[in-house]
Ligand binder design. Sequence first.
Ligand code: FEO
Length: 397
Amino acid sequence: MARLIKNNVHWVGKVDWELRMFHGDELSTHYGTNYNAYLIREEKTVLIDTVWSPFTEEFLRELSQTVDIQKIDAIVVNHAEIDHTGALKDLIALIPHVPVYCTHNGVKSLKGHFHQDWNFKPVRTGDTLDIGHGKKLMFIEAAMLHWPDTMFTYLTGDNILFSTDAFGQHLATDLVWADLVDPWILWEEDMKYYANIIAPWGKSVDAKLKELKTLSLPIDMICPSHGACWRGADVPKAMEKYTAWANMYQENRVAIVYDTIWGGTRVMAEEIAKGIRLADPKVVVNVMNLAKSDKNDVATEVFRSKAVLVGSPSHNKCALSSVGAFLEEMRGLSFKGKKSAAFGCYGWSGEAQKRLNDTLRDIGFEVVDEGIKNLWEPDAGAIERCIEYGKQFIGKI
Ligand code: FEO
C-alpha cells in the first residue's frame, strides 16, 4: 500500500518482514528489510527504484493501484543491484519506451544484469530532470555507495534526498519514519548496516558528505532504499553518524574473538578479558566465539571497538577455519585504526599465533605486540599470565 512521504511523493516499496539473510547468505537481517521505491507525481510522473525480484508481481499490482503505469514518464535507477531493480524488466515490458535515468556505470550494470537495450538516459552530477510545477530532480553520482553505479537523486522544492543504500538499515517497518521506530533497534541496525556494507567505502562516504555540504542543498528528508526514512532532527543526526563512522570510528570497547577446540583458548579469552577489566573498569569488553556467533554482529562489534584480540589454537599448523573466515571478512570491510594482537593454545609447534599476527598486519590492523600463547591447557600459572597480559594490553591501546 502506498504511503505518503510529502506532497506528491509516495512510498511504493515492499516491506520484507521475513528476510533473515541478505546478499545470498552473507548478511544477517534479524529484523527483515524494506525495499523502498518512491513515486513522484508532478506534471511528470517519476518512479525511483523498484523492489527485489521475488516481489515483482506484488509490486506491479500495488503500483498499478496507485498510478496508471502507462502514465509513468520516467524511471530513475539510483542503483542497479537486484534488490532495487528486480522488478524493472517486467515493469519496462509494460512501458518499453520509458526513459531510464541512471549513471553511466548504471547503464553498464543494468545491461550486465538484464541484457536489455532500454531507453537509457545516462546522467552525471548536476544534471537535472524538470518534472513540472517548478520542481526538478537533480542527480548526484555517489560511486561506491554502494557500487560504482550508485547515485543519489535530490527533489527540489520538497527538499528530499533519495540516497539509495546510504543511510539505509535492514529493518522491516511500515511506519515509514525513523522517529516512529524503536530507537534501540533503529540505531543498532543503522550501525550494523554501515559496518557490514558501507564501511569499505568510508573515504567515498566522507567525500560525498563534504560534497553535499558544498552543494548547500536544503535537505528536509533522507529517503534511503532500505528501512526507515529520516526527517526533521534525524536528518543531521543520520549525517553526523555517517561522518563519525567514516572517520576511524571507535568507542571505548575491546572485542575478544576466538574459536576453541577443547576450551583452552576460550579460557585464555576470558582471563585476558578479566585482566583488561581489572586495569580499566570503564572499557567494555565483549568476548565472542566466532564459531557460535553471528559474523555480522561480530563485525559490528569490532567496528565499534578500539582493539580486537584474535584467538585460535594451532590446528594442522594453522588457525581454525572460523578465525580464518573472520579475518577474511575483516580484510574486506577495511576497518581503520584498530589495534590488535593474537593469542591461543597449542600442543607442539604452535603456528597459529604468528599466522594470525601476520594476517592482522596484512589487513591493516596495528599489532601492538606478539600476543600470548600457551602450551597445552591453561593451568593456574597460565591463567595468571593471561590476566597480566590483558592488563598490559589495555595500556598499549
Ligand atoms: Fe540495497 Fe547495494 O543494494
